[in-house]
Write a protein that binds this ligand. Structure first.
Ligand code: SF4
Ligand SMILES: [Zn+2]
Length: 366
């Protein structure tokens, strides 16, 4: 990367660190026997509709966020983690506690294990906990699909082989937050800390053991105009599908506390994406990507000022259409969506000015 890019990268990293401030010292003490969060929802599992249990284990959090680089510009998941030491036994207890939510449900079931970081990072989830959690999942015949979230550097050939052996022939995906296929956007706008080639290596390591990759694509990282964000997400989805991703999860930015995005948003320099943009991304890419690849979207805080939103009157209709699309992959749900705010969205697409966004930040370049 050029020295100008390195300089910018450093500025963004410092700005991200500064936005986090002292928030890490205020992480509340969680009951370590319970996960940070768990929920059950309808979900598309292969070609069927079943239930998905999502579990967020309370771990010490993402190494990238804990380190000196400030973490990603839009993410404060680390604040959901635990401030105290978390043992393997604690994590096993948390997992088993979450699994009780599946009582009485029949298959197909999908279990998604998140950690506000990387399930495959042994510093976050000790090996002993990983082994026991995978054993419990392997023994439950209702569970057809398993999703494990991780940064790509932890998806080695050895780890992929171990997970595959542990889970037998269950459908398996590693969920990786690629966010954008453009190295400059991922590095400068998101401060992600890994390259596209690292993502590709992880995808290959997974595929070598018949493990799919669920790629997260971020809609509207900071410092992009609405139009550039739309184009970047469309291009990223098409590229990761070509690389071999099995599911693409489209994630519009939501404004999380103590992040650079929140700092910009609170000063009026950032607006989360329009729901119009989100539906347009889904519509355009569904027509261009093989139907073997699921494209899903569950926008967090949709319709609220901190989440993807339109004018307030039409938001619910858009969110319902997005949810239906995620279940059946039919983009016709977006046909007929209309509202007076479409003109305002079109205006933002045509006239939002990147120079103003950057100028408004008043970053001093050393
Ligand atoms: S988005 Fe993922 S990699 Fe980035 S700070 Fe959050 S948990 Fe870590
Ligand atoms: Zn509207």
């Amino acid at each position: 990367m050029s020295s100008i890019s390195d300089g910018l990268k450093d500025i963004i990293s410092k700005a991200s660190l500064s936005a986090r401030g002292s928030s890490l010292s205020r992480i509340r003490k969680n009951a370590l026997s319970e996960p940070a969060a768990k929920w059950v929802a309808q979900s598309r599992i292969g070609c069927e509709v079943g239930h998905a249990l999502s579990i967020v284990l309370a771990t010490p959090g993402c190494t990238h966020a804990r380190g000196g680089k400030g973490g990603c510009t839009m993410c404060s998941y680390i604040l959901d983690g635990a401030s105290q030491k978390v043992s393997a036994e604690n994590l096993i207890q948390q997992f088993k506690h979450a699994m009780t939510s599946l009582e009485g449900l029949s298959g197909p079931i999908s279990v998604k294990v998140y950690t506000s970081g990387s399930f495959l990072d042994p510093e976050e989830v000790p090996l002993e906990a990983r082994v026991e959690i995978l054993r419990v999942i392997a023994e439950d015949e209702r569970i057809h699909q398993v999703v494990l979230e991780s940064r790509p550097e932890f998806v080695t050939d050895e780890v992929a082989e171990f997970v595959r052996k542990s889970l037998g022939d269950k459908e398996l995906e590693f969920a990786i937050g690629l966010e954008s296929s453009d190295d400059r956007i991922r590095s400068l706008c998101i401060n992600k800390g890994f390259s596209l080639s690292e993502f590709e290596t992880a995808l290959k390591n997974a595929a070598d053991h018949d493990i799919g990759t669920r790629a997260y694509v971020l809609v509207k990282p900071p410092f992009l105009t609405e139009r550039d964000a739309l184009l970047d997400s469309v291009q990223t989805i098409i590229e990761v599908a070509k690389m071999g991703a099995t599911t693409i999860s489209v994630n519009p930015v939501n404004v999380q506390k103590h992040t650079l995005v929140e700092r910009m948003w609170s000063r009026g320099h950032y607006r989360p994406p329009w729901l119009w943009t989100v539906t347009e991304i889904l519509r355009r890419t569904r027509n261009q990507v093989s139907l073997d690849v699921n494209i899903v979207c569950d926008p967090v805080a949709a319709g609220k000022t901190r989440g993807a939103h339109n004018c307030g009157k039409c938001d619910d209709t858009f969110v319902k259409a997005i949810r239906k699309f995620s279940l059946d992959q039919i983009s016709e749900h977006f046909e007929g969506l209309d509202c007076g705010c479409k003109r305002e969205w079109n205006h933002a697409l045509e006239h939002e000015d990147l120079a103003q966004i950057i100028h408004s930040l008043r970053f001093r370049i050393p």
